[in-house]
Design a binder for this molecule. Structure first.
Ligand SMILES: Cc1cc2nc3c(=O)[nH]c(=O)nc-3n(C[C@H](O)[C@H](O)[C@H](O)COP(=O)(O)OP(=O)(O)OC[C@H]3O[C@@H](n4cnc5c(N)ncnc54)[C@H](O)[C@@H]3O)c2cc1C
Length: 503
């Protein structure tokens, strides 16, 4: 039921158009519907979720997203947010005892336990000579686990009292935070003398990733609020699609938005790839930032901030994901393991890996038939252009390259798990071209702006200079991306729109 207020009813079409049915678009739709606005979502794919997705192949489900969901457990402010839209008690989360097992070729290993005390004990056992960085990391992670992010209100709506309250809340953490945010993850990792600790803590593919990223993950895992939802990412996204439609929202799939229509510097609606035009009072883009600003709006509303970020900002890389459906039980194996490989895995000219990071879905029985297992490796690559050009210009070679990579990865897996070839029933290789085709994300990035060292928790402006009735939300607004960023972005924007258009 549309609850129109005076200001909103002065607008013409009583409708807010949202571009994109990723987690951000769905959450934005939910919050706006809950606030009495009428919304419609236009999505290029035939599924909800955007990057938060999974796909089915011959009885196996290959997951493309959630490793850890901030706010999965009670007692965290993000949990309150998720609960506003879905019943989190009905989602079964796995809280891993450890995040990753690291192994070397000589049979040495350690686990990155979620519990910080266990982690400290394990790492000190494994590498006593690294006592200083181990203690430093663990002490800080424990301290940050007590922090509950102040996310009740959009920062744009803070008054002086809100500002003071937040300053007061953050004060006990500000010294520690400013110390950690000065260093990158790799700089921190280089402090370890032990090479396996360096491997587990470094992020070779994310050169500039700030050290706070790992630290916060650890602190959320410690307080059991960074779990994995049984059923996987698409099932999780579907919960928001369901909520949105129950709230009266409408989603139009297979509707690629080509243009945002503008009259007198006011967004008036959208034009689809098919040529169809849809009018709306407000347009919210929850889609890729670059194509929104430079293609759908033809680069006509670019301010200094957008110019700076889109010319020098560092993005999460793209990736190649190799998934296997294996007719074998791996229940006694770790769910996540990293190890060096004797033969490098070459993805493309810029991405050669001497190690492999494997995820073994022995913790989610819904992903494969009984007795069978899904296993996947994923590798970051900046070479999105190479992959999209190859797919466009030489589909045969593109497929040959995917097969070659799958073969190299399988060899690396077999180095650790023994002969698997006879048990492999399905292989799927997703490349940057796949990400771009299905989600349209700039450079095939899988999480938007990288949380580089030096940055705090910031967001870009949600509006563009000179353009009215238009907003943006999602991973291209909230630096660091991720699913909590989606719901936070959506919620903040809905508060801003409510304030502006309701009395
Ligand atoms: C492998 C992987 C692992 C990840 N792991 C985690 C994790 O463990 N925890 C976590 O929190 N996050 C994780 N993420 C990141 C998280 O998935 C993203 O940050 C988040 O899903 C982004 O959501 P979004 O809605 O902002 O953007 P998107 O998901 O990109 O959604 C944008 C939507 O807009 C649509 N769209 C784009 N252009 C148009 C157009 N022109 N017309 C119509 N529709 C359009 C797209 O199809 C898409 O559906 C991971 C991502 C990947 C790929």
């Amino acid at each position: 039921m549309l609850l129109l207020t005076k200001k909103m009813s002065e607008l013409n079409h009583n409708k807010i158009i949202i571009i994109g049915a990723g987690l951000t678009g769905l959450c934005t739709g939910c919050y706006l519907q809950m606030k009495g606005f009428s919304t419609e979502i236009y999505e290029l794919h035939n599924l909800p979720g955007g990057l938060c997705t999974s796909w089915h192949r011959k009885g196996y489900t290959f997951d493309g997203c959630i490793h850890w969901l901030v706010g999965s457990g009670p007692g965290d402010n993000f949990n309150n947010l998720w609960n506003e839209l879905i019943d989190m008690k009905k989602v079964k989360f796995v809280d891993f005892d450890y995040y990753l097992k690291a192994e070397d070729l000589k049979g040495n290993s350690f686990k990155l336990f979620a519990d910080v005390d266990k982690l400290e004990e394990e790492l000190l056992r494994f590498s006593p000579e690294d006592k200083i960085p181990i203690k430093e990391f663990c002490k800080s992670a424990k301290k940050f686990s007590k922090l509950n992010m102040p996310i009740e209100k959009a920062p744009e709506l803070y008054n002086i009292l809100d500002g003071l309250k937040i300053m007061f809340k953050m004060l006990p953490y500000s010294f520690l935070f400013s110390k950690w945010r000065k260093i990158s993850q790799n700089e921190f990792a280089s402090r370890f003398k032990n090479p396996l600790l360096r491997l587990a803590f470094s992020m070779s593919e994310f050169e500039d990733m700030g050290a706070t990223f790992n630290l916060f993950r650890q602190s959320w895992m410690h307080k059991k609020s960074a779990g994995y939802p049984i059923g996987g990412s698409l099932e999780f996204s579907r919960l928001f699609e369901k909520k949105y439609t129950e709230l009266g929202g409408k989603i139009f799939y297979k509707c690629k938005v080509e243009k945002i229509n503008v009259e007198n510097h006011k967004a008036t609606g959208i034009k689809l790839e098919t040529g169809e035009e849809i009018k709306g009072d407000l347009v919210v883009s929850a889609a890729d930032g670059f194509s929104t600003i430079y293609k759908m709006l033809e680069g006509k509303y670019v301010g200094k901030e957008q110019e700076k970020w889109y010319s020098t900002g560092i993005t999460f890389p793209s990736l190649v994901q190799v998934s296997f459906g294996i007719n074998k039980d791996f229940s006694s194996e770790p769910h996540s393991v990293i190890y060096p490989v004797s033969k490098p895995i070459k993805l493309d000219s810029k991405s050669v890996y001497n190690h492999i990071l494997l995820r073994i879905f022995n913790f989610d029985a819904t992903m494969s038939p009984p007795g069978k297992t899904v296993m996947y490796a994923f590798f970051a690559t900046p070479e999105y252009k190479y992959w999209t050009d190859l797919r466009k210009n030489n589909l045969t070679l593109y497929r040959t390259e995917k097969n070659r990579i799958a073969g190299e990865v399988l060899e690396a897996v077999e180095e650790r798990f023994g002969k698997l070839n006879p048990y492999v029933e399905e292989i799927d290789v997703a490349t940057p071209a796949t990400i771009i085709r299905y989600t349209n994300n700039w450079k095939g990035s899988y999480e938007g702006w990288l949380f580089v060292k030096g940055l705090g928790f910031i967001n870009l402006k949600r509006t563009l200079p000179g353009l009215e009735n238009f907003y943006m939300a999602g991973q291209w607004i909230e630096v660091g991306g991720g699913l909590p960023g989606c719901i936070l972005s959506a919620r903040n924007l809905s508060q801003i729109i409510e304030k502006k258009f309701k009395n």
